[in-house]
Design a protein around this ligand. Structure first.
Ligand code: SF4
Length: 257
């Protein structure tokens, strides 16, 4: 019998993978999340650690306790929601549904439809992991999101085009719900980029969590020395931010996906 979410056709989109694991970044680090990775991203960060999700593959995987299934892209949002809601939760509940990418907001109509169906189907609260570059798309889905994990991209580290005003507009919308900002830094970080990121957060809400994340090299080591991380964190505190934390990517150290 068709589930509630499969009764009407939905918007087509592309997924990369669905899998359960423990959150490795941000303020909910260490909590068990079900990850829903959307496919495709045009942001172009030099340090991207999900290169397989930059393009839209012909098929996507759903991994769970019972094994792994493969499904075709593009996928209807109704079908995608049903697959996600069907993932076995007998090991225990998921604290959040971590909707990530790629850049999930690059498929705004699909994402909005998917999140609506997941909410109606009783899915866990959604944590949206995003590069913070699509404020108009965020405005369309913010009502279905519990937490926004937003990157502020530093051009000297990510090699991306500066987007400070876009990041500020994005954060204004994100801060309607639980939100935090993450910057990825390495030893080449330009202090002026750090200052601009601090300004973005201070302009919206200086009490938002501000996470300094060292870039993880491909060999698993960190591309930022401890003293550089401390410099950045202390600059953020001197800049008026009240909740500054240094948090590396824990999942990589633990060998988790
Ligand atoms: S925004 Fe994320 S997925 Fe896109 S290039 Fe940057 S790190 Fe990779």
């Amino acid at each position: 019998m068709a589930t509630l979410t499969e009764r009407d056709a939905g918007v087509l989109g592309a997924l990369a993978e669905v899998f359960p694991t423990w959150q490795g970044e941000g303020i909910h680090v260490g909590r068990r999340h079900l990850f829903v990775r959307l496919a495709g991203c045009e942001v172009g960060c030099r340090f991207c650690d999900t290169p397989a999700a930059l393009r839209r593959p012909a098929r996507f995987s759903v991994r769970a306790a019972a094994g792994e299934e493969s499904h075709d892209n593009p996928v209807d949002a109704a079908r995608a929601a049903a697959l996600i809601l069907d993932v076995d939760r007998s090991d225990g509940p998921f604290h959040r549904l971590a909707v990530t990418g790629g850049e999930p907001l690059e498929q705004p109509a699909f994402l909005a439809d998917l999140l609506r169906r997941l909410r109606e189907g009783g899915a866990p609260p959604v944590l949206l992991e995003t590069a913070g570059t699509e404020p108009e798309a965020l405005a369309e889905v913010i009502g279905s999101v519990a937490t926004v994990s937003m990157d502020v991209k530093l051009p000297s580290v990510a090699a991306t085009t500066p987007g400070w005003d876009t990041h500020r507009r994005f954060l204004e919308i994100a801060s309607r719900v639980e939100a935090y900002v993450k910057i990825v830094v390495n030893d080449q970080v330009d202090p002026r980029d750090v200052e601009r990121a601090i300004e973005v957060v201070r302009a919206v809400d200086s009490e938002l969590p501000f996470l300094v994340q060292p870039e993880t090299r491909r060999d698993g080591g960190l591309a930022a020395k401890p003293e550089r991380l401390a410099e950045v964190a202390l600059a953020a505190e001197r800049g008026g931010l009240t909740d500054v934390r240094i948090v590396p990517q824990v999942h990589k150290g633990l060998g988790l996906p």
